[in-house]
Design a protein around this ligand. Structure first.
Ligand code: DAT
Ligand code: MG
Length: 139
């Protein structure tokens, strides 16, 4: 089942020069890149992107962090790539994310800094459709 998913290399990953490493892992897995752009997202886009988290204590710092600098937004494509990329990314908390995963290998922030976990990946086909529409309205 060929799917598309939205992947973001977050500001921490971008600033650390890890965009290439993330894309290398995506391509090594066998997924292809359908679209890619570098941008500093505005609060409006992020509010829509993170709508499910509105009202949670970490929402405001998350939006602040995500709008703090460039991110690389990528639409990836491949067999079951939504679940597959989530597996490549690893658990939300980089400290406990399994070695071998992007977050487990490359991240170490935790607690209130857990937002610095390098990547975002859509968590379901519905999320992927919605998020791709937000970040790539012309796709
Ligand atoms: P994921 O990015 O693994 O899908 P999520 O959708 O639950 O995780 O949360 C979105 C981001 O918000 C996550 O990448 C990091 C941040 N976050 C999640 N839970 C948090 C918490 N308890 N405290 C601080 N930041 C949190
Ligand atoms: Mg999520």
């Amino acid at each position: 089942m060929t799917e598309r998913s939205l992947v973001l290399v977050k500001p921490d990953g971008y600033a650390r020069g890890l965009t290439g490493e993330v894309l290398r892992r995506v391509e090594a897995k066998g997924y292809t890149l359908a679209a890619l752009q570098v941008l500093t997202p505005g609060r409006e886009l992020l509010a829509q992107h993170y709508a499910e988290h509105e009202g949670k204590p970490f929402y405001e710092p998350l939006v602040e962090f995500m709008s703090s600098g460039p991110v690389t937004a990528v639409v990836i494509e491949g067999e079951r790539c939504i679940e597959g990329f989530r597996a490549l990314a690893g658990a939300t908390d980089p400290t406990t994310a399994a070695p071998g995963t992007i977050r487990g290998d490359l991240g170490r922030d935790w607690g209130e800094k857990v937002q610095k976990n390098i990547v975002h990946g859509s968590d379901s086909p519905e999320s992927a459709d919605r998020e791709i529409g937000l970040w790539f309205p012309n796709l």
